[in-house]
Design a protein around this ligand. Sequence first.
Ligand code: SF4
Ligand code: SF4
Length: 180
Amino acid sequence: MSFVEEVAATHGGENICACIQCGICTGSCPTAGEMEYPPRKIIALIRAGMRGEVLSSSSMWHCLSCYMCTLRCPRDVRPAELAHALKSLASRYNYRIKGTRAPAIYHSFVSSMINNGRVHELGMILRYYLTTNPLVALKIFPVGLKLLLRRRMPLRPHKTSGRRSLARMVKKFREIRGSH
Ligand code: SF4
Ligand code: SF4
């Protein structure tokens, strides 16, 4: 399977071949300036088979899911959903992403949600900083302490009754998708 076929077979990437490279998506995107490859260009790279460049790029991790591109695209390519599809592929194949820590916050969020049934803010943020930059965790410690003392952030996670069902669903989904 070529890279473009792989993307087209992923939920969110189905209409990639309909793109006419008009650039309306890039012109509408509020974070295009932050992206190594803005939406129009990333579609061109996918169609050129540049798998490594695309999946190791930080571009799709800058997407805010504002859906302006999707609203304005004349060919119903849905670049916002394409960005989700690319993040999913990059995670599934463990690509090392250059220039952003966004994947680490995603993984911390999902891990906290699976363990507790909902997100535990303190656990999530600790895991994020310990895996990316422990020194920053020390810097924000005073703010965290204030939040804890004023009971604005719980010390212990609130575990929901349905968390085991949620964990089973995620496990099954990962088995089907072959992701981590
Ligand atoms: S707006 Fe749609 S057709 Fe135009 S470049 Fe973007 S994805 Fe392609
Ligand atoms: S959904 Fe993402 S790619 Fe599309 S315009 Fe918004 S930020 Fe840009």
